[in-house]
Write a protein that binds this ligand. Structure first.
Ligand code: PMP
Length: 358
């Protein structure tokens, strides 16, 4: 069996032990004589599994007691639609920070329901930096403020916010459990799970209880936070296999010593790469140093032809999924939790050899 070094942006690499456990438990999950995927979602067995998983995630992520955890279908983009439908209430306006591709798509989706105020636009910096807080045009009457703390495509990460008086919504898809996060600052936080929490098919939605009960009448029941909270995410058949993987990954995170430990490792991985790229004068990362992501690192080489060649040689050497997003080209390294420091060190060695040859 051959496992490559996968630096993809998602669906991302999973820890080998997680995959092996899934394989082992496939035919008989916890002595039931069935896989989890064959157990009715309304059964005590599955409902208890969900409660236990919620408890684990509350511990791992540090979620205060006044939040509900939902496991919903529709991926990250499903939430781009669900957020306005669940949070606008009687409001007609919402604030969005346009920091890149994903917040841009979220804005477009929200425009179907409300007047969207782009409070600051990173486009003027090619999405490599942020306008200063003084330039943000926040509206105190907005239903909510929405942002994406880690824009996966460019690797632009913002860790602090100015004072914001309206409920804050965060798309944590590519930064959840990468390092500790203060969930209590958010009214709603969500993460599609195919990067750091498992595989594609389910989105973890963390909703503060006072945000329930506001859904617009047109909201589909399966994306209505209140209905799903009342039914423990089982108003419809939840994506059981994807949720099962979240449970396996949650156990793995605990085995690793939790998010704090993973955060330390992730910072070391990112620092090693940024340091190497910056001093190489061959590879180039254009993101403002203050806002560089610890998870997604883009870079270019001196020419397009070299980039193409680099990607080809990297793949032949088993370093796969390094191609930048189709929108911007170049190369991108994603350092999700399953990517080890050893993998990063070997990738840097490869990049050095390639540089010296070219
Ligand atoms: N938000 C962010 C930050 C993402 O990186 C992605 C996917 N890469 C999405 C949302 C969209 O998720 P999905 O493909 O599950 O709709």
């Amino acid at each position: 069996m051959k496992r490559v070094y996968n630096f993809g942006a998602g669906p991302a690499m999973l820890p080998e032990s997680v995959l092996r456990r899934a394989q082992e438990e496939m035919l008989d999950w916890r002595g039931t004589g069935m896989s989890l995927m064959e157990i009715g979602h309304r059964s005590d067995c599955f409902q208890n599994f969900l409660y236990e998983l919620q408890k684990k995630l509350i511990k791992i992520i540090g979620i205060p007691s006044n939040y509900k955890l939902l496991f919903l279908s529709g991926g990250g983009q499903g939430q781009f639609a669900s957020i306005p439908m669940n949070l606008l209430g009687s409001h007609k306006k919402a604030d969005y920070l346009h920091s890149g591709h994903w917040s841009g798509l979220a804005m477009e989706e929200a425009k179907k329901h409300a007047v969207i105020n782009s409070i600051a636009d990173c486009k003027q910096y090619n999405f490599y930096s942020f306008p200063s807080f003084e330039e943000w045009k926040l509206d105190k009457k907005a239903a909510y403020f929405y942002y994406c703390p880690n824009e996966t495509l460019v690797g632009l990460q913002i860790k602090e916010l100015p004072e914001i008086e309206v409920p804050i919504v965060a798309d944590l898809t590519s930064c959840i459990v990468a390092e500790p996060l203060n969930i209590s600052q958010f009214a709603v936080a969500f993460a599609a799970t195919q990067k750091n929490l498992g595989q594609a098919g389910v989105t973890l939605v963390i909703v503060r209880e006072d945000c329930l009960g506001r859904a617009l009448p047109l909201t589909p029941d399966i994306w209505n936070y209140t209905k799903q909270a009342e039914n423990n995410s089982s108003a419809n058949t939840p994506p059981v296999y994807a949720i099962y993987f979240v449970d396996l990954v949650a156990d793995w995170i605990l085995e690793q010593g939790g998010v704090e430990k993973l955060g330390e490792v992730n910072h070391r991985k990112a620092q090693a790469l940024y340091h190497f790229i910056d001093q190489s004068h061959f590879y180039h990362n254009a993101v403002d140093q203050r806002y560089r992501s610890i998870t997604n690192i883009i870079f270019t080489l001196p020419s397009e032809a070299q980039t193409k060649n680099f990607l080809k040689e990297a793949e032949a050497a088993q370093f796969v999924n390094l191609k930048g997003h189709r929108k911007i080209g170049g190369a991108r390294i994603s350092l999700f939790n399953a990517v080890t420091e050893k993998m990063v060190a070997e990738l840097i060695d490869f990049m050095k050899v390639f540089m010296n040859r070219h």
